[in-house]
Design a protein around this ligand. Structure first.
Ligand code: ZN
Length: 99
């Protein structure tokens, strides 16, 4: 069953337990409104596979930068967790995207 979509947002691919990385993380964190939609600036109908930054929120980017600078995760780990390419993570942590 490849490329299942998140059972909440139906936009992102599911990573764990039928949820995308963002919804899974919110659920794990016990946020009361964890299943609210993901706020995407300039919302698109379909998150483009060819436009990886489209599926990250500003909050995701802040989390990525923090976890990477803390040494809590590698670029590869973050790329897998957030469903984007390692190159995209590299651009984010090096300030070449989402600045
Ligand atoms: Zn989701």
């Amino acid at each position: 069953m490849p490329n299942l979509l998140c059972s909440v947002c139906r936009i992102r691919r599911s990573k764990s337990g039928g949820l995308c990385a963002t919804h899974y993380r919110r659920w794990l964190a016990g946020e009361p409104d964890w299943n609210r939609p993901i706020d995407t600036p300039g919302r698109r109908n379909v998150a483009g596979e060819h436009n990886p930054s489209a599926i990250l929120t500003e909050a995701d980017v802040a989390t990525i930068r923090r976890r990477y600078s803390d040494g809590a995760a590698t670029q590869t780990t973050l790329a897998d967790q957030f469903g984007v390419s390692q190159a995209e993570i590299s651009k984010i942590v090096n300030g070449k995207a989402w600045t």
